[in-house]
Design a protein around this ligand. Structure first.
Ligand SMILES: C[S@@+](CC[C@H](N)C(=O)[O-])C[C@H]1O[C@@H](n2cnc3c(N)ncnc32)[C@H](O)[C@@H]1O
Length: 209
């Protein structure tokens, strides 16, 4: 919690939250990983931070599966590396996990993942960056793959009341890009009240068939 909070103050643009996700939000985001056959699956977590959602993802990992964690902030990367050595919930999975320090937009490859779990703070980004990130997700996913992300309930609207006109325009742009993606690809959503603040967990099917 302290590691997270100190980065919230230092790098609010990237961190974009006052607290890590609750275990209930983590569970909702990881739920699609249970829908699987016999085949191994590959998962990407974009923006794992201190690993709040990662701890829920690893509960679904089979020995044959693979998880890539892509995190932009080197302090969080170091924290995650340390947690995979010392946390009894994470340590058993360390051989099937890669931790990459990079913006997720820079990941290369095509059709490499079955599921993407995303913790990125879209409300802090420009609309073009949000669009680019979803197009990268689409490229990275296998046919029928899912993107699972969250939006804080009502926060964009509240924020828009308190900011400059330029900021309001930016938030409107972000809402419009997310709205398009959701309309085209959403499979289901769930409101998670036990989170600070409450959040919608959204599951999209984005991998092209
Ligand atoms: C809202 S925090 C979520 C942390 C964690 N997933 C959780 O739910 O508690 C956003 C995370 O995304 C990371 N991040 C922001 N922009 C990123 C980018 N372009 N690529 C990868 N990670 C990014 C931040 O450093 C931070 O760890």
């Amino acid at each position: 919690m302290f590691a997270f909070l100190s980065q919230t103050f230092r790098r609010f643009h990237d961190t974009g939250a006052i607290a890590p996700s609750s275990r209930w939000l983590g569970r909702a985001l990881a739920a699609p990983l249970t829908e699987r056959g016999e085949e191994p699956i590959a998962i990407l977590e974009a923006g794992p931070g201190t690993g709040a959602v990662t701890r829920e993802i690893v509960r679904h990992l089979q020995p044959v599966d693979h998880l890539t964690l892509c995190e932009i902030n080197p302090v969080f990367v170091e924290h995650l590396r340390e947690r995979f050595e010392s946390d009894p919930r994470l340590r058993p999975h360390r051989d099937r996990v890669d931790i990459v320090q990079s913006p997720v937009e820079s990941l290369e490859g095509e059709g490499c993942f079955d599921h993407i779990v995303c913790g990125l703070p879209f409300n802090n980004f420009d609309p073009e960056q949000v669009r680019e990130i979803f197009s990268v997700f689409q490229r990275l996913l296998r046919p029928g793959g899912t993107v699972n992300f969250f939006e804080y309930a009502a926060i964009r609207g509240l924020k828009a009341l308190l900011v400059t006109r330029a900021e309001r325009e930016r938030l409107r742009g972000v809402a419009s890009v997310l709205g398009e993606v959701i309309e085209a690809h959403e499979r289901r959503r769930k409101l998670v009240l036990v989170n600070l603040p409450p959040a919608w967990a959204r599951c999209l099917v984005m991998g092209e068939r």
